[in-house]
Design a binder for this molecule. Structure first.
Ligand code: RUB
Length: 316
């Protein structure tokens, strides 16, 4: 296998959303960098930097991709062989982090789900579904209301996953959220990024759901691994919201109309005031604690975010 083609293909898979969802993207990037490191036999720094940039320039919003790449790229060594071994070790570590964090979030979050609960979720989040599935496996009788999540219909993936698990689920259109809000006991969504001030960036429509939940006094919870927190925002960087092709949301005859603009932002921002709890693998925390997570868990050196290094962490 050609190492460079491997990375080009992987980048394309992320770009076209064949691999999607913040956790899956992060894990896939770490796996790809590991494979790349195994395959190349010269100019380790130069080549891995190329691969890292290629993967980084795929989707801009989920900080999990940045954190994954940064984690692997923080390798050290006196020569290429040592650097290769360290990069591979770090990639394995990150991959393990993804898996253990999801499981832990399931265990912690499931304690917040009471028997008989109806839970609303949006998009297709492996972390949010870990909470729901764990509660179900604990024997709690629960039901789910899942939004279809236009325009890419990730909600269809969610209902398939829940159906396979034997969890009753109702699929609704995104605009029916307020209609059903009074019938649910809590909302759980995932995260693409959490900023230093505790704001959540997640699939477009999330902030409307949070607004409805607050108005209806329904608890709104976020399931997010600590690698979804953004060290870049600590240094003032704003999160870039991916705007995708208008063709995803409207047919040609509409797109061709005069005086009509079609826009397709893929994510939106939910301010921390609308979030009751963020369930991470190290505990359920209020959004106000985002700064502490970034400092203690992700760590950094220097004041320039280019120099931020995700430091060693505990996974279990
Ligand atoms: C996916 C999305 C998910 C988060 C969290 O967007 O917004 O809610 O990524 O998912 P897209 P997870 O389909 O555009 O990638 O908990 O699996 O990381």
């Amino acid at each position: 296998m050609d190492a460079f083609k491997l990375v080009e293909d992987a980048a394309m898979k992320i770009k076209t959303m064949e691999v999607r969802g913040a956790a899956r993207i992060a894990k896939f990037a770490a796996e790809t960098l590991k494979r790349f490191a195994e395959l190349i036999d010269k100019d380790f720094d130069k080549n891995t930097k190329w691969a890292a940039e290629k993967l980084m320039n795929t989707r801009p919003t989920a900080v999990s991709l940045f954190n994954a790449i940064n984690y692997v790229m923080s390798y050290s060594g006196r020569n290429d062989e040592e650097k290769k071994m360290d990069a591979i070790r770090r990639a394995d570590e990150f991959i393990r982090w993804v898996d253990t964090a999801r499981k832990k979030i399931g265990e912690i979050g499931a304690k917040r789900i009471k028997d008989g609960y109806v839970i609303m979720t949006h998009c297709n989040s492996s972390a949010a579904l870990s909470v729901i599935k764990t509660a179900h496996r604990m024997g709690k009788k629960i039901e789910v209301v899942a939004t279809e999540s236009r325009p890419r219909y990730q909600g269809h993936l969610t209902v398939k996953e829940l159906s396979e698990e034997g969890i009753p689920v109702t699929l609704i259109v995104d605009s029916a959220v307020r209609y059903f809000m009074n019938d649910v006991d809590c909302v759980i969504v995932g995260a693409d990024t959490i900023t230093v001030n505790g704001a959540l960036i997640n699939k477009i429509g999330t902030s409307q759901i949070a607004l409805c939940a607050k108005e209806a006094r329904v608890p709104f919870m976020v399931a997010a691994e600590t690698y979804k927190f953004s060290p870049k925002t600590l240094f003032g960087e704003l999160v870039v919201i991916e705007e995708r092709d208008p063709e995803e949301v409207a047919p040609k005859d509409i797109l061709n109309l005069k005086n009509v603009k079609v826009r397709n932002p893929a994510f939106d921002v939910t301010p921390r005031d609308y979030i009751d709890l963020i369930i991470t693998e190290i505990g359920a925390i209020p959004p106000e604690m985002a700064y502490v997570i970034i400092r203690e868990r992700l760590g950094y050196t220097g004041i320039n975010y280019d120099e931020i290094k995700v430091s060693a962490m505990h996974f279990d």
